[in-house]
Design a protein around this ligand. Structure first.
Ligand SMILES: *[C@@H]1O[C@H](CO)[C@@H](O)[C@H](O)[C@H]1NC(C)=O
Ligand SMILES: *[C@@H]1O[C@H](CO)[C@@H](O)[C@H](O)[C@H]1NC(C)=O
Ligand SMILES: *[C@@H]1O[C@H](CO)[C@@H](O)[C@H](O)[C@H]1NC(C)=O
Ligand SMILES: *[C@@H]1O[C@H](CO)[C@@H](O)[C@H](O)[C@H]1NC(C)=O
Ligand SMILES: *[C@@H]1O[C@H](CO)[C@@H](O)[C@H](O)[C@H]1NC(C)=O
Ligand SMILES: *[C@@H]1O[C@H](CO)[C@@H](O)[C@H](O)[C@H]1NC(C)=O
Ligand SMILES: *[C@@H]1O[C@H](CO)[C@@H](O)[C@H](O)[C@H]1NC(C)=O
Ligand SMILES: *[C@@H]1O[C@H](CO)[C@@H](O)[C@H](O)[C@H]1NC(C)=O
Ligand SMILES: *[C@@H]1O[C@H](CO)[C@@H](O)[C@H](O)[C@H]1NC(C)=O
Ligand SMILES: *[C@@H]1O[C@H](CO)[C@@H](O)[C@H](O)[C@H]1NC(C)=O
Ligand SMILES: *[C@@H]1O[C@H](CO)[C@@H](O)[C@H](O)[C@H]1NC(C)=O
Ligand SMILES: *[C@@H]1O[C@H](CO)[C@@H](O)[C@H](O)[C@H]1NC(C)=O
Length: 696
């Protein structure tokens, strides 16, 4: 109370100026003087007196009014009670000297009070007081609107509220620094408005609320939601491409509050591992290439940002590029280059053909065939980010070739003759077949293989094959053609030989057939003493008997158990099914050898020449005859390399007791390479103008 009184006195000195005294009437004998200050601050619930003293008149009527409404009227020293406004009688009391006392004053009595002293005939005087009733400030709380400050929002408002109290002055501070009205802040009413809050506005805000009787400071910590900021991917540089099998590690991060959730998305699926923002790819495959999106999301602001990186994962195509050349309509050449697989596909081109066009994975270019392309090697450049490669291809026209004839018997018993015409060429040559002027077409009588290189002729009657005209095969590709005539021959033997073993108990017969001869089998015939195997019967035969039969593929036969002291004659009969061809020459083995076949033929040939000459030169002939006999025994036939080989082998081996021959001559080789043989090849006439059979 003492402090309060001192405050009242101090105020009186300063604010006495506000005192207004109005003198009305002609004489002005009534005077009123406020005692103490006219500005009175009081705490709610205390006792307050607005004190006045008057002079100049006795028992005037005193009227107190609040905000121009009379609240108390009394005549001084009157016995009747003062007239006090409704609802104020328990608070207001008027003193005998006219002062107004408030008892346990409530807050609502704040206002401007005027007092009037009136005495009839003496006029009236007036004094004015200002009464402020304060409450202590209590239970102040700060709230925010909206609940979280968000960077980029238009405004953010802090507001205080309290259980009770009258605020005379408010002071807002941010991290201790006082805030003023301005472009960033507005202090209005009970609130502080922050315009365009930023992340730097985060911190401790306080408000100091003051009145003459109390002051309260209240703090609030404000956090500002922000972000996510633009995501940053590390490493910053993404390589142009990676190899399949590589391991990649990328980190994505972004600033924000609260810390944004970060995930990597690829093909609509989340691929980050449990570490936020880590993209850890081990042993990547090509299907993992593409756009990876780092997506950052602030759960509170619901703001989302993305950053894309593109991963190219490459893989080399399999193997090596392959070049080829094919024929288009037998007129154009289509050069092809192919290198399949890989990511991306390899880029292929034939720079020598075109420097502008290229293909991916496979590429082909068609050119009109000309001699420029014959034997010309074209290179295909195959370019892949992981490897440069090439392949090449050389086109060439058909080259010289020799037709091959094979004879078989089909299950119906028909003889089947197959003619192969294969000429090396690139692109592969297409073969057209004709007989004389007639094109041979695929059908019942003739069957042409799908690659056209084989012609099969079937017949029961061997004559069918041997009839003229000859067959012609023409091998053709866009770069040229080669033609051959095939004259089929009946079963025949072109060359034959006999090889005895050292003891003279075993002989080996070998023979050859002309390449175009039709043979399905061979009869080995013998004339002479019966063989022990021949029922063990002793005796001899004056005509040839069949001792062995061999298939068409056979080119040798062994005859065992010969008596070295006896003489045998052998010959080979080529056969085409039932039809027998000309027998081979006769081979004789044994001591009692007479005239050999050729010798007799030689003599026979000499007779027609001139009997005279024969008589005159008979002595000479006898001489020649003796010489020839000796020669023919040693080198009657040309000795092939294979024969030498057999002989050498026989020399090297120890004499065999059981009579079994080792290592017979390499007949397979002899058979398979007729061109190397010393046999007479069929003579080919120059190709007559043949209407080309079109093979469809
Ligand atoms: C105010 O006055 C009344 C009597 O008039 C007294 O009982 C009361 O204690 C006073 N209050 C204070 C706060 O002085
Ligand atoms: C006060 O109350 C009385 C009766 O309750 C009423 O007659 C009178 O008019 C009131 N006076 C004022 C000023 O309200
Ligand atoms: C008026 O009367 C009251 C109570 O009787 C007293 O406290 C006050 O001091 C008086 N004022 C003056 C100026 O005498
Ligand atoms: C006001 O604050 C006081 C202490 O500061 C506390 O005891 C009281 O419960 C609070 N009142 C309300 C209504 O919160
Ligand atoms: C700030 O400005 C507003 C409106 O212009 C005004 O109402 C308020 O009183 C001012 N506050 C301060 C502390 O100057
Ligand atoms: C505000 O934050 C500071 C430090 O961060 C802390 O010491 C203080 O207690 C917090 N105040 C409130 C009201 O949360
Ligand atoms: C990536 O993943 C592999 C296997 O999944 C693991 O061995 C490696 O430690 C991971 N790297 C990082 C940086 O997490
Ligand atoms: C990222 O890639 C996705 C999918 O390819 C696409 O939808 C999105 O627009 C891209 N975002 C940006 C920022 O390029
Ligand atoms: C492409 O080839 C043509 C002739 O084939 C030649 O004139 C031209 O210069 C070539 N261009 C390039 C870019 O090599
Ligand atoms: C063609 O390719 C073969 C192997 O594919 C290679 O040996 C040869 O050197 C190549 N020729 C050219 C002219 O590149
Ligand atoms: C075989 O064909 C020829 C000529 O076509 C013919 O003369 C002969 O009679 C035929 N032989 C048989 C057994 O049909
Ligand atoms: C059949 O061809 C042979 C040589 O291959 C030839 O001597 C013969 O004259 C040809 N016959 C016909 C009718 O062209």
């Amino acid at each position: 109370m003492k402090g309060q009184e001192r405050f009242l006195k101090l105020s009186a000195v300063v604010l006495s100026v506000l005192f207004i005294s109005t003198f009305q009437g002609a004489h002005g004998q009534v005077e009123v003087i406020p005692v103490g200050p006219t500005l009175v601050n009081a705490l709610a619930g205390s006792n307050v007196t607005l004190a006045v003293s008057f002079s100049g008149a006795s028992d005037p009527v005193v009227t107190w009014s609040k905000d121009d409404q009379p609240v108390v009227t009394w005549t001084i020293n009157s016995s009747s009670p003062a007239d006090i406004a409704n609802g104020s009688s328990n608070v207001l009391r008027i003193e005998n000297n006219g002062s107004l006392t408030f008892k346990d004053v409530p807050k609502r009595f704040t206002g401007i009070y005027k007092v009037e002293f009136t005495k009839s005939g003496l006029g009236k005087v007036l004094a004015t007081f200002t009464l402020n009733i304060f409450e202590r400030i209590q239970n102040v709380t700060l709230s925010t609107q909206p609940a979280f400050a968000q960077e980029g929002a238009e405004r953010f408002t802090l507001q205080y509220s309290m259980l009770q109290g009258v605020v005379e002055q408010q002071t807002w501070r941010f991290n201790g620094k006082e805030l003023q009205n301005g472009t960033r802040y507005l202090i209005q009413g009970s609130s502080l408005v922050i315009f365009g809050p930023k992340r730097t506005d985060e911190g401790t805000y306080s408000v100091l609320l003051e009145n003459p009787f109390s002051s309260v400071t209240t703090h609030i910590n404000v956090t500002v939601l922000y972000g996510p900021d633009e995501p940053i991917v590390e490493p910053l540089s993404v390589q142009p491409f990676y190899k399949a099998g590589d391991s990649l590690l990328f980190l994505c991060r972004a600033e924000g509050f609260p810390q944004p959730t970060i995930e990597w998305v690829f093909g609509g699926r989340t691929v980050s591992d449990f570490h936020q923002g880590v993209l850890n790819l081990t042993n990547v495959q090509t299907n993992q290439g593409g756009v990876y999106t780092c997506s950052v999301f602030n759960e509170l602001t619901e703001k989302k940002l993305e950053k894309n990186i593109t991963l190219n994962i490459y893989e080399k195509p399999l193997g090596n590029p392959l070049c080829s050349v094919t024929s288009v309509n037998n007129a154009d050449l289509q050069y092809q280059c192919r290198w399949a697989g890989g990511t991306p596909q390899a880029r292929l081109s034939f720079p020598a053909l075109s420097n502008t066009s290229s293909g991916a994975g496979t590429f082909s270019l068609t050119v009109t065939a000309s001699n420029n392309f014959d034997e010309k090697t074209l290179i295909c450049l195959a370019s892949h980010p992981l490897e440069q490669n090439t392949c090449n291809v050389t086109a060439s026209g058909p080259i010289h070739f020799i037709p091959i004839v094979k004879t078989t018997i089909d299950p119906d018993g028909k003889t089947v003759v197959t003619i192969h015409c294969v000429s090396e060429a690139s692109p592969q040559a297409v073969v057209s077949w004709s007989r004389g002027d007639e094109a041979v077409l695929d059908g019942l009588a003739y069957q042409i293989s799908s690659d056209t290189t084989q012609l099969k002729i079937r017949s029961y009657n061997i004559s069918t094959f041997l009839l003229t005209p000859n067959f012609t095969c023409t091998c053709r590709n866009p770069l040229g053609s080669q033609q051959k005539q095939v004259q089929l021959l009946g079963p025949s033997i072109s060359d034959s030989s006999l090889f005895p073993n050292q003891d003279g108990t075993i002989i080996t017969l070998t023979w050859e057939v002309p390449p175009t001869s039709i043979v399905t089998g061979f009869d080995i015939q013998m004339k002479g003493p019966n063989l022990p195997s021949n029922n063990g019967a002793k005796g001899s035969s004056n005509k040839y008997n069949i001792i062995q039969q061999k298939p068409g593929s056979a080119r040798s036969a062994d005859v065992f158990s010969l008596d070295p002291d006896l003489t045998y004659r052998f010959r080979i009969i080529p056969k085409a099914r039932l039809y027998d061809g000309e027998p081979s020459e006769v081979h004789t083995v044994g001591p009692g050898e007479g005239l050999s076949g050729p010798a007799i033929a030689g003599i026979a040939a000499g007779i027609p020449c001139s009997i005279l000459v024969l008589i005159l030169l008979i002595g000479l002939i006898f001489l020649i005859f003796h010489i020839r006999k000796k020669r023919s025994y040693q080198t009657r036939y040309p000795v092939s390399r294979a024969v030498e080989k057999v002989k050498n082998m026989q020399h090297n081996t120890a004499p065999h007791n059981n009579g079994v021959l080792r290592s017979p001559p390499d007949y397979n080789r002899l058979h398979q390479t007729p061109s190397e043989r010393s046999v007479t090849l069929p003579t080919f006439v120059p190709p007559p103008p043949v209407r080309v059979a079109t093979t469809v």
